[in-house]
Design a protein around this ligand. Structure first.
Ligand SMILES: Cc1cc2nc3c(=O)[nH]c(=O)nc-3n(C[C@H](O)[C@H](O)[C@H](O)COP(=O)(O)OP(=O)(O)OC[C@H]3O[C@@H](n4cnc5c(N)ncnc54)[C@H](O)[C@@H]3O)c2cc1C
Length: 146
């Protein structure tokens, strides 16, 4: 059993085939990490969310990290770590086309939006405005088991 580095091409392949990752952010010296659905779109990873802690923290400090992995009982694992910056896509004419693009990419995954719309003890989530954002990729690294 051995582990080797992945090329950028392999990292992108893994990001295209994966739907779920772990999004890390930090504020005031503290880390915070949650699972999210994402879609790869050229130089960004697109995510849908409702307002909450991760959005507050990413607005305060846009530096982010996403870790993604592929594994099953039958195939060797692959793992990719992306660092980048939070870029919100507000519902304005300037960002309209990119929001539609993000929506198109994300909705290829069935029920991708559901976990992002669940909040414990908050029944009015439908009234909250959904937030689309991208993590603009700065660095990317990958490792895989052989
Ligand atoms: C497989 C999967 C996919 C998901 N996909 C998305 C997605 O695409 N978009 C999205 O917005 N959300 C998604 N979620 C839910 C996400 O992980 C968060 O729970 C949710 O977004 C709320 O995060 P928040 O920072 O707004 O927390 P808030 O509702 O503001 O709550 C903050 C507090 O709740 C705790 N908390 C929040 N989330 C979790 C958690 N997952 N586990 C344990 N404690 C938690 C934190 O410790 C924090 O103190 C997904 C979850 C799973 C399991």
């Amino acid at each position: 059993m051995a582990v080797r580095e992945m090329s950028d091409h392999e990292c992108i392949d893994c990001l295209k085939k994966s739907h779920v990752g772990h999004l890390a952010c930090a504020k005031d010296g503290f880390p915070y990490i949650v699972p999210i659905h994402f879609a790869f779109g050229f130089e960004k990873l697109y995510v849908f969310s409702l307002p909450g802690q991760k959005i507050d923290w990413l607005r305060a400090n846009p530096k982010a990290c996403i870790q993604v992995e592929e594994r099953s009982d039958h195939t060797p694992w692959r793992s990719v770590v992306v660092t980048g910056s939070y870029r919100e896509l507000p519902d304005t004419s300037e960002h309209h086309n990119e929001r539609v693009h993000a929506w198109d990419l994300l909705q290829e995954r069935q029920l991708w939006w559901e976990p992002g719309s669940y909040k414990p003890d908050k029944n009015s989530s439908a009234a909250l405005s959904p937030i689309f954002f991208g993590i603009v990729i700065d660095t990317m690294s990958g490792r895989r088991m052989l």
